[in-house]
Design a protein around this ligand. Structure first.
Ligand SMILES: Nc1ncnc2c1ncn2[C@@H]1O[C@H](COP(=O)(O)OP(=O)(O)OP(=O)(O)O)[C@@H](O)[C@H]1O
Ligand code: NI
Length: 324
């Protein structure tokens, strides 16, 4: 086990109320495993990602839970100890590479600095910077370029090169390809895959479940701050259990069956005041159709149960209510 997250809850304390962005999220990532978080906008994917490196933006706060990296409890480390881990054991790439690149400094200097802050000496860092750029298919003469002199795809490759500097144990990639065209997207996915092959575990975020299915080992489905289903790609795609997962899969085109695309009706809830019981019940077709579950779905929160080995779901259809 590389990363073990238990019962993680994160709230944003805004002027208009407490946003319960992430509630009771539990999952783990093995060594060399690629886990992709999917779910609609606002479901809490980025908030979970930022919590793992303890960079939840204010007014957000981790209110409870445990985040263990190889048995080390990250939430108990000092800020200084955490700084040692960021960029070394855990690296992060974002949707917009300009959030991590400094527009005013040459990319070579930024690569070198990413290494010298962790104690690598300057000459060695310069050498490594060239190698890293080559690894991400950028000619080494671009070391003297500023970020704006590169294309969007090249900038993203530079931020991946920085993330790769120490062969991190975990790479967190939050929608790293969303802003790029399809061909460039693929080359970025290839790079992330090559990192995995060298031993890095991947925490990937996307709202495109078909992109998730292509490369990852496991899929985690989030809805309104809750993890509703977790399993291998095969388990999730072949045998989706949660009505929300089923709806997500039906909302994307299927190249093989040409089944009709069905949008998910309704909208995700306001997380300042989430629905009682299962947060998905107001949009759930099972809740709408099956009267007998109604006493539970809109009253009791479903707990995560292991339906089959490695396949977890939080839905009253499969038991797991607190009353049982
Ligand atoms: N800085 C903030 N202040 C207040 N609320 C926030 C803040 N950042 C996120 N939230 C709220 O937290 C919830 C989860 O947001 P988050 O960005 O984690 O979702 P996401 O799944 O990554 O969405 P997207 O797919 O749009 O990136 C949302 O309800 C969002 O409005
Ligand atoms: Ni996000």
């Amino acid at each position: 086990m590389l990363l073990d997250v238990k019962d993680l809850s994160i709230h944003y304390y805004t002027l208009s109320g407490v946003v319960r962005a992430v509630e009771g999220v539990t999952f783990s990532i093995d060594k060399k495993e690629w886990v992709t978080f999917v779910g609609e906008s606002g479901s809490g994917k980025s908030t979970v990602a930022s919590a793992i490196i303890r960079l939840v933006p204010p007014p957000g706060k981790i209110v409870s839970g445990q985040i263990m990296l190889e048995g080390k409890e990250l939430l108990k480390l000092s800020e200084e100890e955490m700084r040692q881990i960021r960029g070394k054991d855990i690296s992060m790439v974002f949707q917009d590479p300009m959030t991590s690149l400094d527009p005013l400094r040459k990319i070579g200097d930024q690569l070198v600095e990413a290494m010298t802050v962790h104690g690598v000496d300057e000459d060695e860092a310069k050498e490594r910077a060239k190698e890293l750029l080559e690894k991400v298919n950028i000619p080494p003469d671009r070391l003297d370029y500023y970020p704006h002199q590169l294309s969007g795809g090249q900038r993203q490759r530079v931020s991946i090169a920085i993330a790769m500097a120490f062969n991190p144990k975990l790479l967190i990639a939050d929608e790293p390809t969303t802003a790029l065209d399809v061909i460039v997207q693929d080359s970025i996915m290839d790079l992330i895959q090559s990192l995995k092959e060298e031993g890095t575990s991947i925490f990937f975020v996307t709202h495109d479940i078909s992109l998730a299915a292509e490369r990852s080992d496991k899929i985690a489905v989030m809805y309104a701050g809750k993890l509703v289903e977790f399993g291998t790609v095969e388990q999730i795609v072949e045998n989706p259990l949660h009505p929300y997962t089923q709806a997500l899969l039906n909302s994307v085109p299927d190249l093989w069956t040409e089944k009709p695309i069905k949008a998910i009706p309704g909208y995700p809830p306001d997380l300042r005041n989430p629905p009682r019981g299962c947060r998905f019940h107001p949009r759930c077709h099972v809740f709408a159709e099956k009267g007998e579950l109604k006493g539970l779905c809109d009253a009791e929160e479903p707990m995560m149960i292991e339906y089959e080995k490695g396949h977890f779901v939080a839905c009253h259809l499969y038991g797991g209510s607190r009353n049982e």
